[in-house]
Design a binder for this molecule. Structure first.
Ligand code: NAD
Length: 495
C-alpha cells in the first residue's frame, strides 16, 4: 500500500551525502572526492556520494577478507546468520516507503512499481535466502562401504557484486542475500546513478547485527571501483548485472588477475510473440504495453520486440498504440503514473538516437518517439512504437533499454521461432496462444532463460533468472543461486 501523505512529505526532503560502508564504518573517499547525484525527475543535484578510489576498493576487499577469514560470519551457525538477516529484512520493511521514495528520486522508477519491485522485492529475497540457509544439507556419496565420501558445501570467500541502476535494491538483493546467507563476505559496487538505497540498506545490515566487514559498499565510478574489483587478487567470485561490454571487460580482468569466477547477467532483446489464437487479446495488448513501457523500458527482461501474427498485426498494433497513449508518463512520485523518468540524460539521448535512426530509414513511428516534459528539467520520453521494421534493423537487434518497442509481423510458428532466436541475446520471451501444444513447442524452441505464456514478467524469487547466449551465465533467484556462492568440497575417508 502506498502512503501518499508520507510520499509527499519525502518528495523534497534533504538527502544526506552517501558515504562508503567499509569495515562497519561510514567513510568518505580516501582523497575526499565526491560525485554529484542528479535526480532524473528534474535534472537537479539530489545529493553527493563518495567517489571511490582504488585505495577505498582495496580497503573494502581487505576488510571483507579479514571478516571472512576470522569466521565472524562465515563460521556462525546458519541459524544465527538467518536471525540477523531476518532482522535486516524487518528493518528494511520498517523503512519501505522511505527507501522507495529515495530510490525513485535517485533512478526515476515510478513509485507504484518501485514500492514492490525495490524494497518489497529486497525484503522478500532476503527472507527467502535467510530461511533457506539452515535447510541446505551436504551429501553422503554412495561409495564402497569401506569409504565415507562426504560432500561439504562451503562459502566461496569474498564475493564482489557490481550492479546496475534500473532496480538497484531488487538486483542488489538477488546477489547479496544468497551470498551473505551462505556465509561469504561481500564488496558491493552500486551503479553511479543509483547508489543511495543500497548504501542505506548496508547501514541497516549493521544495525541488524551483521558484523563489520561482512557487507561493504564502495560507491563511485565503474572504471575505477569496478575495475579495481575485477583486477583484485582477493575477490573469489564476481557477480555482475549490467551491459555486455562491461561483462566482457570483467572476464578480461579475471583472466589478467586471479581467474576469479565471473557470473554475468547481461541484457536482452526479448521477443513477445502474439499468435492470432491468443486467448484474451485485450489482456495481451495491456500486458504487452506494460512489458516494455513500465520503468520506461529499463527492465532487463523487457519485451522489446513484438512479433505479431500477420492476420492480426494491423488491428493489434492499432489497439496497442491506442492503449499506450492512455498510459500516464511523468512524475514518478505520483502513484497513478505508469512510467516514470528515464534514468539519465545519457540514456535518454541513446533511446532517442535509436528512434531517429529508424525514422531516417523510413520506418513508421506509430506513437511517441520524442522527449516530453522537458520544462521539468527531468528526463522523460513518450512510449514509442515503431513498425515497418526488418529483422535486420538495429532497433530490433540491439538493446535500447528505453521505452521503445519494435514490431515485426510473422506468418508461421517456424518463422516466429526463427525471428525470436535471431539476436545475440537469450534472456526472456513471451508467447500468447490458446494452443497448449504450441505453447510447449515454443517454450522448447526459444533460446531464453525464461519463457512467459499468456502473461509477461512478474516471476518471483522462487524461480531462477539467467540468460543464455550473450545474455549471460549463471542464475539469480531460487535455490540455484546458491551454486554461485557455495563451493563443493569432497572428504574421502577410509573407514
Ligand atoms: P553498465 O554495464 O554500464 O553498468 C553496470 C555496472 O557496471 C555499474 O555499477 C557500473 O558502474 C559498472 N561498470 C561500468 N564500467 C565498469 C568497468 N570498466 N569495470 C567494472 N565495472 C564497471 O550497465 P547499466 O547501464 O548500469 O545497466 C543497464 C544494463 O544492464 C542493460 O544492458 C541491461 O540489460 C542490463 N541489465 C541486465 C539484467 C539481467 O538480469 N540480465 C538486469 C538489469 C539490467
Amino acid at each position: 500500500m502506498l502512503d501518499q501523505t508520507r510520499i509527499e512529505a519525502l518528495r523534497n526532503s534533504a538527502v544526506p551525502p552517501a558515504l562508503h560502508i567499509i569495515d562497519g564504518e561510514r567513510r568518505a573517499a580516501s582523497d575526499g572526492g565526491t560525485m554529484d547525484v542528479l535526480s532524473p525527475l528534474d535534472g537537479r543535484v539530489l545529493t553527493t556520494m563518495a567517489r571511490g578510489t582504488k585505495e577505498d576498493t582495496e580497503a573494502a576487499i581487505a576488510a571483507a577478507r579479514r571478516a571472512f577469514d576470522d569466521g565472524r560470519w562465515s563460521s556462525l551457525p546458519p541459524a544465527r546468520r538467518k536471525a540477523v538477516m531476518l532482522k535486516w529484512a524487518d528493518l528494511i520493511e520498517a523503512e519501505k516507503t522511505e527507501l522507495a521514495v529515495l530510490g525513485t528520486r535517485n533512478n526515476g522508477t515510478e513509485i507504484g512499481m518501485a514500492i514492490n519491485a525495490e524494497p518489497g522485492s529486497a525484503i522478500a529475497t532476503i527472507r527467502y535466502y535467510a530461511e533457506a540457509i539452515d535447510k541446505i544439507y551436504g551429501e553422503i556419496a554412495p561409495t564402497d562401504p569401506a569409504i565415507l565420501g562426504l560432500v561439504h558445501r562451503e562459502p566461496v570467500g569474498v564475493v564482489g557484486a557490481i550492479v546496475p541502476w534500473n532496480f538497484p535494491l531488487m538486483i542488489g538483493a538477488w546477489k547479496l542475500a544468497p551470498a551473505l546467507a551462505a556465509g561469504n563476505s561481500v564488496v558491493l559496487k552500486p551503479a553511479e546513478t543509483a547508489s543511495l538505497t543500497l548504501v542505506r540498506i548496508a547501514e541497516l545490515a549493521l544495525e541488524a547485527g551483521m558484523p563489520p566487514g561482512v557487507l561493504n559498499v564502495v560507491t563511485g565510478k565503474g572504471t575505477v571501483v569496478g575495475e579495481a574489483m575485477g583486477l583484485s587478487m582477493d575477490i573469489d567470485v564476481l557477480v555482475f548485472t549490467g551491459s555486455g561490454p562491461v561483462g566482457r571487460r570483467l572476464m578480461e580482468y579475471s583472466a589478467r588477475s586471479n581467474l576469479k569466477r565471473v557470473f554475468l547477467e547481461l541484457g536482452g532483446k526479448s521477443p513477445n510473440i502474439v499468435f492470432a489464437d491468443a486467448p484474451n487479446m485485450a489482456e495481451a495488448v495491456k500486458v504487452t504495453a506494460s512489458a516494455i513501457f513500465r520503468n520506461s523500458g529499463q527492465v532487463c527482461v523487457a519485451g522489446s520486440r513484438l512479433l505479431v501474427e500477420r492476420s492480426i498485426h494491423d488491428r493489434f498494433v492499432e489497439d496497442l498504440a491506442a492503449f499506450t497513449e492512455t498510459m500516464k508518463v511523468g512524475d514518478p512520485l505520483d502513484p497513478s503514473t505508469t512510467a516514470g523518468a528515464v534514468n539519465s540524460l545519457r540514456q535518454l539521448e541513446q533511446d532517442l538516437g535509436f528512434v531517429e535512426e529508424a525514422r531516417a530509414l523510413g520506418r513508421d513511428i506509430r506513437t511517441g518517439g520524442h522527449r516530453i516534459l522537458e520544462e521539468t528539467g527531468g528526463y522523460y520520453m513518450a512510449p514509442t512504437i515503431v513498425t515497418g521494421l526488418t529483422p535486420e534493423d538495429r532497433i530490433v537487434r540491439e538493446e535500447v533499454f528505453g521505452p521503445v518497442l519494435g514490431v515485426i509481423p510473422f506468418d508461421t510458428e517456424e518463422e516466429a521461432i526463427a525471428i525470436a532466436n535471431s539476436t545475440d541475446y537469450g534472456l526472456a520471451a513471451g508467447v500468447w496462444t490458446a494452443d497448449l501444444g504450441r505453447a510447449h513447442r515454443m517454450i522448447r524452441a526459444i533460446k531464453a532463460g525464461v519463457v512467459h505464456v499468456n502473461t509477461y514478467g512478474g516471476p518471483d524469487v522462487t524461480v531462477p533468472l539467467g540468460g543464455v547466449k550473450q545474455s549471460g551465465n549463471g542464475h539469480d533467484k531460487s535455490l540455484h543461486a546458491f551454486d554461485k556462492y557455495l563451493d563443493l568440497k569432497t572428504a574421502w575417508i577410509k573407514l
